[in-house]
Ligand binder design. Structure first.
Ligand code: AMP
Ligand code: MG
Length: 496
């Protein structure tokens, strides 16, 4: 008796069961010559997918959208969104299709989505495609975020299509396969709110609660509890971004996942030199999504989410508004708490509180003058925490070392009140202060090698480095270095 082979991807879909208003069913547009660039074997296994179940050629067909596997129910999701503050009532997946969902080996439901898979009814004037550069960038940054312990969507595969896409010039096309806790965005709620579709809003809220925040179902006011859960998840997420110098770049409401995962890395970047006003995105001309503005922008987005939920919160409109407003306002103190935790750990404090804000700000202010390298400064502080004679590498980062010297005295006196022994403290600090982040100039270099010479080795090597950010092998030390003046990247582009 022969046992039939299991499906290569064990799909089990729930979003597809939601009513027609939620999505448009359609197959991805096939591409002429798919070729698998990278398959994320670890993530495959996490999802219960055997990466060796198909050949690389077959996976290339699957993750280009040319071959639809059993159990997949491809669809484009509907959503709206505030883009740079302006509301667009109908955005939706213009170049993505959700293939379906799987329940991973830990029992968590995850979406598998193709990005760059062709036109959909939501494409407007776009071609539905993605260029190779942004696909490689999203792959690298997602894996880096994951390794840094920050909730994030991740890349499962990258495939080249064999078809050029037209941007300012013709560029090689690619498809990214993305895994997310879900692709429901603040903008998904806005899509139904602006249409006054209360029934759909309720179904969406229930879907999100079941998937991400099941305990809120039992609350006296489930929708209020759901809002609170999302507010809390975003406060934590943005604090974690701030702790690694991450700048999302396009925090529009359609790019904010209600799951609390980082999503839609467009022109995102990690900063090298610290400055709170740092912006990379070429389209963010007003600095709306600058580094230090990110908490306020997350809160703004959450206020938009709260507005959509008002009719579901309770029949007393005034009371619902007050309750939702209080929750949105609570973002500030929630964020502050997470930020103090994150930054306190970075400074080696086993328990930081409000009284440590001045210490944290003191370092950041000193770093701001002369734009000291964010990652290196905190990494070198790990050594300094272990041994006072190791201050020199930190000091050398500062154009005016006096500022650092004065700060270090306060830091040391604070550390003396902390119970951790110095050796243990340094070990812990090296687990929260990465040796390496995907620096922009490195990302640009690997993209250039892929575009100019179809050489993916630099991409793979950088991928290996960012997947293990806490230690850097001797041979990889160059990846820790900030860009030389000629290598500096001043702007990043969506590439859409
Ligand atoms: P993004 O800036 O990538 O978050 O996308 C914003 C909106 O534009 C979403 O509705 C996308 O689906 C859509 N979009 C972005 N790029 C393209 C493209 N090349 N073709 C069609 N739609 C696109
Ligand atoms: Mg988007």
């Amino acid at each position: 008796m022969t046992v039939p082979a299991p499906d290569p991807i064990p799909f089990s879909n729930t979003y597809a069961r939601l009513p027609d208003a939620f999505h448009v069913r359609l197959d991805p547009d096939p591409v002429p010559d798919p070729s698998l660039i990278e398959l994320n074997h670890d993530l495959c296994r996490e999802l219960g997918i055997d990466p060796l179940a198909l050949t690389p050629e077959e996976w290339g067909q699957v993750f280009a959208g040319n071959r639809i596997l059993p159990g997949s129910e491809p669809l484009a999701m509907a959503y709206a969104g505030h883009q740079f503050g302006h509301f667009v009532p109908r955005l939706g997946d213009g170049r993505a299709v959700l293939l379906g969902e799987v329940v991973d080996v830990r029992g968590r439901r995850r979406d598998i989505q193709l990005k760059g898979s062709g036109r959909t009814p939501f494409s407007r004037r776009g071609d539905g495609r993605a260029a190779l550069g942004p696909v490689l960038r999203e792959y690298l940054v997602g894996e880096a975020m994951h390794a840094l312990g920050i909730p994030t969507t991740r890349a499962l595969a990258a495939v080249s299509t064999g078809e050029p896409v037209l941007r300012e010039t013709a560029l090689p096309g690619a498809v990214l396969t993305r895994v997310a806790a879900s692709h429901v965005r603040v903008g998904t709620f806005q899509y139904f709110a602006v249409r006054g579709d209360r029934a759909a809003l309720q179904q969406l809220a229930d879907h999100v609660a079941d998937r991400h925040y099941p305990w809120t179902r039992e609350a006296d006011q489930p929708c209020l509890a759901l809002l609170e859960a999302v507010v809390e998840a975003q406060a934590r997420l943005v604090a974690q971004w701030m702790g690694v110098g991450f700048i999302h770049g396009v925090m529009n409401t359609d790019n904010m996942a209600v799951s609390g995962e980082t999503i839609d890395f467009g022109p995102c970047a990690f900063m090298d030199g610290y400055h709170p006003d740092q912006v990379f995105s070429a389209i963010d001309t007003q600095g709306r999504y600058a580094y230090a503005n990110q908490p306020a922008m997350a809160q703004w987005n959450l206020a938009r989410l709260a507005e959509t939920l008002l009719p579901l919160i309770g029949s007393d409109e005034k009371q619902a508004l007050e309750q939702a407003t209080d929750l949105v306002n609570s973002f500030s103190s929630r964020f502050a708490r997470h930020w103090i935790d994150v930054m306190g750990l970075k400074l080696g404090l086993s328990m930081a509180d409000k009284s440590d804000i001045a210490l944290i700000q003191g370092l950041l202010q000193a770093m701001q003058q002369g734009q000291v390298d964010f990652t290196l400064c905190f990494r070198h502080l790990c050594d300094a925490a272990e041994d006072e004679t190791h201050d020199e590498p930190v000091r050398r980062l500062f154009a005016q070392p006096e500022a650092l010297v004065a700060w270090a005295q306060q830091w040391r006196s604070r550390l003396r009140q902390d119970p951790l022994p110095p050796g243990e403290r340094a070990v812990r600090m090296r687990r929260v202060n990465p040796a390496c982040i995907p620096r922009n100039h490195r990302v640009e270099q690997v993209i250039a090698a892929a575009l100019e010479a179809e050489d993916f080795e630099p991409f793979r090597r950088l991928l290996g480095v960012v997947r293990n950010p806490w230690v850097l092998a001797e041979a990889d030390q160059a990846y820790a270095r900030p860009p030389a003046p000629t290598e500096r990247v001043y702007q990043t582009f969506c590439g859409t």
